[in-house]
Design a protein around this ligand. Structure first.
Ligand SMILES: Cc1cc2nc3c(=O)[nH]c(=O)nc-3n(C[C@H](O)[C@H](O)[C@H](O)COP(=O)(O)OP(=O)(O)OC[C@H]3O[C@@H](n4cnc5c(N)ncnc54)[C@H](O)[C@@H]3O)c2cc1C
Length: 375
């Protein structure tokens, strides 16, 4: 096998997108995945494609990524289940409605379509919401995908462009010029660590920790909800850096199932479900959509978001290891931001004008490991 230009370690949605981006630019790429493509956090994610205005860099990355997915949409197979269902952010009270108005203005400034909805309009948009809510914010360009199928398609497209995809091959060590696996050593001009929450196991000191989340899926009730519906307080949960938290977040699947989220907690790689937290999450959801309590949950699972102290991913070169690049730490937005991440990484590797300001994403921006921050 000829020596690749680039090795991408990790075949989650981020690694698959990076492999495809580099292959599109003409580089010889080898993607090395410990298990199978799209099986890590990617398989556990909800698949909400959302423009988020939590910080200007996050706004830029999510908006770029959503636009790239829109461009790609005609090429995607039905299995990706892309549904441009829009996001409805729900305001419980007047204070949250004021926040929705501010968000609408910020989205408008960035040319992202969004409109404020008053309480009387909510039942028309989502009849299942409880009466008495103050209103919300509708972002019609957002949507939903089935994440493992999108990751698989990205990897297959990279393969079509000449990339080698090696699955079932854990990387045991890497530097900027080579990776070691049980099958031997692979050399390349550069290495991308895209191993998600496991990235710090391979590159010590990266400020990433696993932040666990539970999801529940119901049996089929087509039309039960029409949008991805979230509470405006969701960001409070996303920001809670120590305690466990839940937020109302439901999604219509193309199968007619309803996907219910979400929770956040810092418990390392513990895979034992937290039934109390799951119960809290479901009660929170039924508080907003009472009829949810009457649906049958057929499955629940957990996944590990790769969390960083400032909620932004690490995208760019390692300042400590020559030839090593990082594309990891996407917390709860990696399905949304994989394409933008790959585009920015490709820009930096290939010396193109960057599509976004890369500085906020610099991998070595924080000297502290995340464990110290998320005590
Ligand atoms: C409950 C939950 C809900 C979510 N909802 C959403 C959502 O609605 N929208 C959104 O945008 N994001 C969402 N996310 C976040 C999203 O799933 C992640 O940010 C994203 O999947 C991260 O992708 P990744 O490729 O970086 O990591 P992963 O998907 O974890 O991929 C990393 C890959 O690296 C491989 N790997 C690890 N170690 C090695 C090694 N030594 N050698 C080789 N390979 C290795 C793993 O096997 C894995 O396949 C959610 C996450 C969770 C847990």
């Amino acid at each position: 096998m000829s020596r690749p230009d680039a090795i991408v370690v990790g075949g989650g949605i981020v690694g698959a997108a990076c492999a495809r981006e580099l292959a599109m630019a003409g580089l010889g790429v080898t993607l090395v995945e410990a298990e199978f493509v799209g099986g890590g956090a990617t398989a556990a994610g909800m698949g909400h494609i959302v423009v988020m205005d939590d910080s200007p860099p996050q706004f830029g990355l999510t908006a770029l990524s959503r636009a790239l997915l829109d461009e790609l949409a005609p090429a995607l197979p039905a299995a990706v289940e892309r549904d441009r269902c829009g996001t409805l952010w729900v305001a419980e009270d007047e204070d949250q409605l004021v926040a929705a108005r501010l968000k609408a203005a910020a989205y408008g400034d960035a040319k992202v379509e969004a409109s404020v909805v008053d309480g009387a309009e909510l039942p028309r948009l989502e009849p299942g919401l409880r009466p008495g809510l103050a209103g919300g914010l509708l972002v019609p360009g957002d949507g939903v995908v089935y994440p493992p199928a999108l990751a698989r398609w990205l990897a297959e497209d990279a393969r079509r462009l000449g990339a080698a995809i090696r699955e079932g091959e854990p990387v045991t060590a890497l530097d900027g010029r080579s990776v070691m696996t049980a099958r031997g050593r692979i050399d390349a001009a550069l290495v991308v660590n895209a191993a998600g929450a496991a990235a710090p196991i391979l590159t010590h000191g990266l400020p990433i920790v696993p932040r666990r989340g539970h999801l529940v899926i119901t049996d089929r009730h087509p039309g039960f909800c029409r949008h991805q519906v979230l509470e405006l307080g969701y960001l409070k949960s996303a920001h809670s850096s120590t305690g466990a938290s839940v937020a109302f977040n439901v999604q219509p699947r193309m199968t007619g199932q309803v996907l219910i989220g979400s929770s956040r907690e810092l418990v390392g790689w513990n895979r034992t479900p937290n039934r109390a937290l799951l119960g809290r999450m479901l009660r929170r959801a039924a508080d907003f959509m009472p009829a949810l309590a009457g649906l049958s949950a057929i499955r629940s699972w957990i996944g590990f978001r790769p969390a960083t102290p400032d909620n932004l991913p690490l995208i760019g070169p390692s300042s400590r290891i020559d030839g090593l690049w990082i594309a990891a730490g996407h917390e709860g937005l990696g399905i949304t931001t994989a394409l933008g991440t790959a585009r920015l990484l490709g820009d930096l590797i290939l010396g193109r004008a960057p599509s976004l300001d890369p500085v906020p994403f610099t991998p070595d921006r924080s000297g502290e490991p995340a464990a110290a921050v998320h005590a």
